[in-house]
Design a protein around this ligand. Structure first.
Ligand code: PSU
Ligand code: MN
Length: 305
């Protein structure tokens, strides 16, 4: 099984030399955004990580091999795959995709598993999964993974297609601290507000790096969440985002959409309903989160002496 994980030479060199590396997920490319916006966004996010002084490592399974860091061709290949041809790959799916030689895009949970195996401590994305509204037993494996894998996830909170208070409760149960980056309020993806408090506000990469170091010093195995509000110029106000999401959720329930299909279906519907405005917000926050994660990765490496 020595071919199970292949690390891109740029990523391998950075890890070897203890330079900053930021992992990126691939489900957002195959199941979260439409082509060609997905490819442009994935490229822009990698660029934001590089501009922030870190090496991006986008993670995906291609033909049964896990790749840590994709070539431009591999990124374009994944972004163009027709709907339904790439497995949405959480922790449980990884062995299935490998054994069957499939293409698979890693979710937050799947990406955390691989990042940890590869020795990458930080991971940036848009939104994590959570507890679905009206379906309190549909709890994303992302929350369980955050409770058991020591990777720090930089994101913009979660969309309010999820039940955000219940999502915070499950994070607490799993021992996952929620840090607000430059905010005391949990960001709700499209909007900067949710009315819910984070556990702590931190304003600099150094503060976050110190929290990561403290967790490592204690030998705790859980991950941490760093939540960054969407940039002001692309943000929706809370009521606006809420109206879109309430409609999409009601339609999904009426159509009987459930399980792993629920998140991709809701993301697409919200995008249709907002006529592309949500896409602009999505792109803006992904780039910004890449830049913030790169800065934290830089601070982490400096404290690593
Ligand atoms: N939320 C978003 N965009 C996304 C996802 C969530 O705003 O692309 C993706 C992430 O990959 C996340 C997954 O890990 O959906 C969660 O799916 P589920 O609810 O089936 O766990
Ligand atoms: Mn779900």
């Amino acid at each position: 099984m020595h071919n199970t994980i292949r690390t891109h030479p740029h990523v391998a060199a950075a890890l070897q030399e203890r330079r900053p590396v930021v992992a990126l997920e691939s489900t957002v490319i195959t199941h979260g955004l439409p082509y060609p916006a997905n490819l442009e966004t994935a490229q822009a996010m990698e660029e934001a990580v590089r501009a922030g002084g870190a090496v991006p490592a986008t993670i995906a399974v291609i033909a049964g091999t896990i790749h840590v860091g994709l070539t431009e061709e591999q990124l374009a290949y994944l972004a163009r795959r027709p709907e339904g041809s790439v497995r949405k790959c959480s922790r449980r799916d990884l062995p299935l995709a490998l054994a069957r030689g499939e293409d698979a895009a890693t979710t937050v949970a799947g990406t955390m598993v691989v990042a940890h195996l590869a020795g990458i401590a930080l991971f940036a994305t848009g939104g994590i999964g959570g507890v679905h509204r009206g379906h309190p037993f549909d709890v994303s494996a992302d929350l369980t993974e955050l409770g058991r894998t020591p990777v720090t996830v930089v994101c913009s909170g979660a969309k309010s297609i999820l039940d955000l208070p219940l999502t915070l409760e499950v994070l607490e149960t799993n021992g996952v601290p929620v840090i607000g980056y430059g905010t005391s309020e949990l960001p709700a993806f499209f909007s900067r507000q949710s009315g819910l408090a984070v556990d702590v506000r931190m304003d600099t990469p150094e503060e976050v790096a110190a929290a990561i170091r403290a967790r490592q010093a204690l030998g705790l195995e859980n991950g941490m969440l760093v939540t960054v509000p969407v940039p002001e110029e692309a943000a929706f106000d809370e009521q606006e985002a809420e109206a879109l999401i309430a409609q999409a959720t009601a339609e999904a329930d009426a159509a009987g959409i459930q399980g792993p299909a629920a998140t991709p279906w809701l993301l697409r519907r919200v995008s249709e309903l907002s006529e592309g405005r949500s896409l602009r917000a999505n792109v803006a926050l992904l780039r910004n989160n890449g830049a913030v994660a790169a800065a934290i990765a830089g601070a982490l490496v400096k404290q690593d002496i």
